[in-house]
Design a protein around this ligand. Structure first.
Ligand code: BGC
Length: 422
């Protein structure tokens, strides 16, 4: 009697389990694998825009540690900012004989700012100002606010710096800087930068000796519309292919943020979590097919749950090594076995489908790694302005096994995690 009852209970339980597995998606969960996983427990990776307060820069740890399989992948913004600033400074030093176009003893530069609330953009503005001696401190950090027009050197946001080369001292002035935001609110806007350089050039003329930009998208827009013709060195960030190629035509330089390493890490942390593999597999230690990253290409900060790729200056001296910006990292170019790492579905968004770096460098790399890691990635492209335009397309998270998120605004982590918690 007891045996029959137990058998009956077991049959009932099995039936219920099968039913659950079949309906799977009904209640905030999915079952593409052998067991049902609730959406709130699925792997999440934030990339390129780190969950943080856009005013203070403070990290949003609730988003960064949403569940045990949540990470951020980006690059070391401070190290990169230093690289960019020093690259510009050393260019000025090396070209001191010709750089001062009007010979007034002042090296004037203009600066295109990407997004005043984005940690990467803030760091780069600080890096340029620190290296060139134009930084002013505010609340213990370098003020990163746009100076607007500063041809008279009276701005409170920056100050005049000085640089001594070959016994002669030059003044360095940030003549103008502005956030490149278009009328609808999209930041890092290349078209706005292309127009703004025209406005700057018509009022500042030969005072402009150097053009600096928080990224290559804006940098190349300024180069193509003005600086190339006027032979004014222009510096960006990202090492997009077009910018690297332009170094041969006078673009001053750029910085590689190791997009090959970042795109790999973005999908790799998801793959590891989906496989239940040990953290760091294929990253710090070789995976079964030999993939691994070199130690000097990234750092991992456990407290911040963040992987940061390292940055390298790309100049006339080494640009030939960087012409293929969408080439996969050689040490991590082996396909995983489909039996050990079966295909999984990933939802991935890019905050602005027309962002130069993400569109022309990062996304092509993601596509290549998706194949190698057996991930079926669905790409969602945003308009760069409205978070809901993207979150609305995360209507059925149960259809996916993992999520890769690139927010419009770094404050908005909870707009995504709240959907996964439902
Ligand atoms: C890149 C920019 C890009 C931004 C998007 C930055 O890391 O350097 O080019 O526009 O990310 O979030």
């Amino acid at each position: 009697m007891k045996k029959t009852k137990t058998l009956w209970t077991m049959t009932l339980m099995l039936g219920a389990a099968l039913l659950l597995a079949a309906c799977g998606s009904g209640s905030g969960s999915s079952s593409t694998g052998s067991k049902t996983v609730a959406n709130k427990d699925k792997p999440v990776v934030w990339f390129n825009r780190q969950p943080s307060n856009s005013t203070t820069g403070k990290l949003d740890m609730a988003a960064l540690s949403f569940n045990k399989d949540t990470y951020y992948v980006g690059f070391d913004a401070n190290q990169g900012a230093k690289v960019q600033g020093e690259m510009i400074k050393s260019y000025i030093e090396k070209n001191i004989a010709t750089i001062d176009r009007n010979g007034d003893g002042t090296i004037g530069y203009v600066l295109a700012i990407g997004d005043v609330g984005h940690n990467d953009s803030i760091a780069r503005t600080r890096g340029v100002r620190t290296a060139l001696g134009t930084a002013v401190s505010k609340g213990g950090a370098v003020n990163s606010a746009p100076a607007g027009m500063n041809s008279d050197g009276k701005s409170k946001v920056v100050k005049d710096g000085s640089l001594t080369v070959n016994g002669k001292t030059y003044k360095i002035r940030e003549l103008a800087s502005q956030e490149m935001k278009n009328n609808s609110g999209a930041t890092w806007d290349a078209a706005t930068a292309g127009n703004t350089i025209g406005t700057w050039a018509s009022s500042l003329g030969k005072q402009i000796d150097v053009v600096a930009s928080n990224n290559d998208g804006m940098g190349m827009a300024m180069f193509n519309s003005w600086s190339k013709e006027n032979k004014v060195p222009t510096f960006g960030y990202d090492a997009n292919s077009d910018a690297v190629a332009a170094i041969a035509e006078g673009y001053g330089g750029t910085v590689s943020q190791h997009a090959d390493v970042q795109a790999y890490l973005t999908l790799r942390v998801l793959r590891n979590a989906l496989d239940g593999a040990k953290k760091g597999t294929g990253i710090e230690t070789k995976d079964s097919v030999g993939n691994m990253l070199a130690k000097d290409t990234f750092v991992y900060n456990e407290k911040q749950r963040s992987y940061y790729a390292m940055n390298v200056a790309v100049t006339a001296d080494n640009y030939k090594d960087f012409t293929e910006s969408t080439k996969v990292y050689e040490g991590a170019s082996h396909q995983l076995s489909k039996s050990k790492s079966p295909e999984k579905k990933v939802w991935l968004d890019i905050y602005n489908s027309s962002d130069n770096f993400l569109g022309s460098t990062y996304q092509p790399l993601l596509k290549k790694y998706a194949k190698l890691l057996n991930l079926n990635v669905e790409f969602i492209g945003g308009d760069g302005q409205t978070e809901s335009n993207i979150t609305n397309r995360l209507g059925n998270p149960s259809e996916y096994d993992a999520f890769a998120i690139n927010m419009v605004k770094t404050d908005n982590g909870s707009s995504y995690t709240s959907i996964l918690k439902q």
